[in-house]
Design a protein around this ligand. Sequence first.
Ligand code: ATP
Ligand code: MN
Length: 465
Amino acid sequence: MKRIRVIDLLKETKVGQEVCAKGWVRSKRGNKAVNFIALNDGSTILNIQIVVDVAKFDEELLKKITTGACLRVVGELVASQGQGQSVEIIAKDIEIYGEADVNEYPLQKKGHSLEFLREIGHLRPRTNTFSAVLRMRHAMAFAIHQYFNDRGFCYMHTPLITASDCEGAGQMFQVSTLDLNNVPKLEDGKVDFSKDFFGKAASLTVSGQLEGELGALALGAIYTFGPTFRAENSNTPRHLAEFWMIEPEVAFNEITENMDLAEDFLKYLIRYALENCKDDLEFLNKMWDKELIERLNFVVNNDFVRLSYTEGIKILEEAVANGQKFEFPISWGTDLQSEHERYLVEKHFKRPVILIDYPKEIKAFYMKMNEDGKTVRAMDVLFPKIGEIIGGSERENDYEKLKSRIEELGIPMKDMWWYLDTRRFGSAPHAGFGLGFERLMLFVTGMSNIRDVIPFPRTPKNAEF
Ligand code: ATP
Ligand code: MN
């Protein structure tokens, strides 16, 4: 008999028919005469209730039906007598695929802490919270492709292994096949990378942007969507060592169009979540963040504030003068910490903020220089509860300016010749940004630690599962 998914059973089209459901036991309750099993198969946050007439089943079999066990159930789908569900299955036949020993299975009671669940990362997808997060993660990934496809962007696969370390020097994971216990050395004692797999030092990418620009200057509009790696030793609730990033890059876009794209894109994704992830959102709203749905609606329905870094600093300095306390000092030229970003968003403007025109010293070499010679056309999108969710810029398209910036910063030309070539041949204004996928997931799920919105988080000293 063909299995029907729980999500489809709950559509109530099969009432009065014999059906087959398969899934894992969330809970079992009842009395000597009748048992009620809540069965979940991951297709939805909702369970299907299985009604068991105890007299009709083997006592030994019923004993083995405990939380976590996997079952196949056949029975009639009927309108439910009880409250809390519209339909239920009156069990006729039950087969146990896999038992889950009550004394061993760790997910017995409800309300385990998120910290504890991280320690059992192999089982936590079986909880309501993580299945909701994972379904929403899928929905967001799908919506991202949908958004760009509908607008004529080309999905470009940029490499994960890179031999240029111009962007994230110091925070890159090295990729090597050299024997770490017997590393070949040059006469000066340095590692002889000519003996390594690629014949030179290689690392995992921190961003697909530079290659993405090559694509944009040929295809017009591209986006990347893949994993990126940063060995930064920051143990924060917003940083992972392995995270996913979406990076659109568009020829002929300048900074204003880049801001428009970022705002429209984020609103589209959040609207998509509101429209397509209702049950999961309602659950997460109830369990973890009572203002979640309200916050999502607010962001979709209001314009983002657009402000220069210089004006942002003024507001923060005034706040400090009026008694606002920050852990990190703030003045023109310093990089904003998450506490400053959140002050602007949550306290001052009470809505998302796009901050532009940052001092060149605190931003990357490829950002377009403004007329003032001091600031660059950078753009950070700051969100409530998160801080920076997007970082981007209009790119420097002038060959000479870009070259002198690269020289100023001492970036080796041997790594950059191909990037500079795009400014030598048919250069064009262009702009793009990077959206951290897990930062987006934090926002749309209302979770507060980034370790809880990726199936298997990688952080300093942690690569379990
Ligand atoms: P932050 O200042 O928050 O560390 P960043 O300025 O280093 O971020 P960018 O290089 O601008 O980050 O990367 C683009 C986006 O990627 C960020 O806006 C953020 O959403 C995301 N991101 C950056 N680093 C991480 C990380 N370690 N873990 C998860 N997401 C990240
Ligand atoms: Mn950034």
